[in-house]
Design a protein around this ligand. Structure first.
Ligand SMILES: NC(=O)c1ccc[n+]([C@@H]2O[C@H](COP(=O)([O-])OP(=O)(O)OC[C@H]3O[C@@H](n4cnc5c(N)ncnc54)[C@H](O)[C@@H]3O)[C@@H](O)[C@H]2O)c1
Length: 364
């Protein structure tokens, strides 16, 4: 598929990845990129995104950025996993077939366990069951196949833990009771987060572009307020803003308009560009790094590799509270925004634990 001569320039932009694999099976129509950013902490773990990228360059760039993000997320989740991610180029509603998924599974298998795949945007637990017919290195499977099912439950739980840590750091007590919390996007994760917040006694305001998603929340919790859109929510009188829809939620106009003291939500890649983390800090907003607080999902799929035990996975997701707190303290101590402190803490763990491989043990 891709002219390999362009590879160095594509990867050169972000040259720390260990391995990038192009997968091509013309008969099934499979065109995929598997990016392994790091195996310093163990086999790379990260989902497979199925998306109609306009160009192969765009697909490679996304795979590289997503894989790098997983390295940091997995490191701070305390997992023995490095970071990787795969993208399949195509429209999942049109192009996803059994043959394509199984062809993809054979490519993942060819990596011998250096990369373990799971679901992401455009792929579902049933798809992982199909991939697993050709491959041993698949998690995020359906309960019928020993999988843990919907990861949004522990993702929302982890975000709530991170939010409690932020409240503790900002206000001295790990509680959202009486606080006004705005949740932008009440899909799979957002609506579970609303459940936790309402149960804790927070005053919740939501918005979503999908009316059915809003209705589901209001039917469960009639006391929840609804505003028309995210810009309105950002300007509302909030204590906490929780972006739970798409990436890039924190851009310059949003930071400028924010009333909340804390930002803590599930969405991946919330910072629209480098520098936003500093702009938030300059405005006195405490930002809980997205990849730290939304790691409940990957904690769940990692647990599944051992044979899923919900309570064990939840206990691990509960530690997001302490990790977030340590990040806020490190940020204060080092005079940097929490996003920078989180990266430093992840890099420290990778260096300390990755170094142990220097002590030779047969077969490990
Ligand atoms: N599901 C997980 O376990 C998990 C884990 C880690 C991170 N995340 C991230 O959390 C976010 C939410 O994931 P999800 O699984 O709940 O997805 P989802 O698609 O179920 O929910 C997203 C919701 O946001 C709404 N939305 C989209 N654009 C919006 C806008 N401009 N304003 C307001 N609402 C809007 C959608 O209508 C939808 O209801 C994503 O960024 C995802 O990458 C999810």
């Amino acid at each position: 598929m891709t002219d390999v001569s362009v590879l160095p320039s594509l990867i050169g932009k972000d040259a720390t990845h260990e391995q990038v694999v192009f997968c091509n099976d013309p008969h099934s129509g499979l065109r995929a990129v598997i990016a392994i950013h790091s195996t310093a902490l163990g086999p790379a773990l990260g989902g497979t995104r199925f998306h109609p990228y306009a160009t192969e360059e765009e697909a490679v760039a996304d795979a590289l950025a997503l894989a790098r993000g997983m390295t940091y997320k997995n490191a701070l989740a305390g997992l023995d996993h490095g970071g990787g991610k795969a993208v399949i180029i195509g429209d999942p509603s049109r192009d996803k077939t059994e043959a394509l998924l199984r062809a993809y599974g054979r490519f993942v298998q060819s990596l011998g366990g250096r990369y373990i795949t799971a679901c992401d945007v455009g792929t579902y637990v049933e798809d992982m069951d199909v991939v697993a017919r050709e491959c041993d290195h698949v998690t995020g499977r359906s309960p019928a196949h020993g999988g843990a099912g919907d990861s949004s439950i522990l993702t929302a739980y982890g975000v709530h833990q991170g939010m409690r840590a932020a409240a503790r750091h900002a206000w001295g007590a790990p509680s959202l009771a009486g606080r006004r919390v705005g949740v932008a996007g009440v899909g799979k994760v957002g609506h579970h987060l609303v459940d936790h917040l309402v149960e804790e006694g927070a005053r919740v305001v939501v918005c979503d572009v999908n009316d059915a998603a809003v209705r589901r929340v209001v039917e469960r919790h009639p006391e929840v307020e609804v505003v028309p859109d995210a810009p309105t929510l950002v300007r509302a009188d909030l204590d906490v803003y929780a972006p739970c829809a798409l990436g890039g939620a924190l851009d310059d106009p949003t930071v400028e308009a924010l009333t909340a003291r804390i930002v803590c939500g599930a969405a991946n890649n919330q910072l629209a560009h480098p520098g936003v983390e500093q702009a938030l800090a300059d405005r006195g907003v405490l930002y809980a790094p997205d990849y730290v607080v939304n790691s409940g999902g990957v904690i769940q799929v990692a647990d599944e590799i051992e044979g899923f035990v919900f309570e064990r996975a939840r206990a691990r997701a509960a530690r997001i509270h302490d990790t977030a707190l340590r990040i806020f303290e490190l940020a204060d101590a080092e005079g940097v925004p929490p996003a920078v402190a989180a990266d430093r803490m992840a890099e420290r763990r990778m260096a300390e634990i990755g170094r142990l491989r220097g002590i030779h043990l047969r077969g490990r």
